[in-house]
Every structure is written in C-alpha cells, then in structure tokens.
Ligand binder design. Sequence first.
Ligand SMILES: [Zn+2]
Length: 102
Amino acid sequence: MSGWDHGGKTRQQRGYGRDHDRMRVHLMRTVILCEECRRKSPPRVTAGQVADHIVPLAKGGTGDRSNYQLLCRDCAAEKDAKDRGKPIKRKPTIGLDGWPVE
Ligand SMILES: [Zn+2]
C-alpha cells in the first residue's frame, strides 16, 4: 500500500498518522461492530474495519474520539461517496419476478 503519496502530503499531514491507526485499533477492540449497520432497520451485525471521521477532516472535523465512528468497508465507501457529493451507485434489487424493485 502506498499511503504516502497523496499529492505530496503525507498521511500525517492529512490527519491519518499514527494517532489515526491507534484510534482504529481502539475502535475495533471497543466498538467491534459497524455503527452504521447497527443504525439500519433492521440492524445488521457487521464487523467494523474502518475508523471513520464523522465530520470529514476536509470539512473541519477533528481527530478526537468524539469525531470517530467504526464502519465496515461498505458503509465507509458509501459515506465517503456522500461526503464527496458523488451519487451513490446501488445495485438494483431484483424482485422475485426478475424485475428491479424500486
Ligand atoms: Zn456497515
């Protein structure tokens, strides 16, 4: 993984330094499950893998514990796309009759 080459900025400068790695380990030990999946209805039980900034650093979020949540990869990718203002691509759900469900 070449996480050090992002437009000349190091991970540290972007707020993803050693503290971020430590926070991820802490969240995986204490929170364990994806928080977004647990908020869904019905709740899903998914192992969290990504330490996510609730308010993105680019939008003034901090590296405090209160601005972190633990997400699974799917939820993190979804939130990331939302934070960047990109439309979320969803796989259409196919109904029993073989047609996509709205
Ligand atoms: Zn999730």
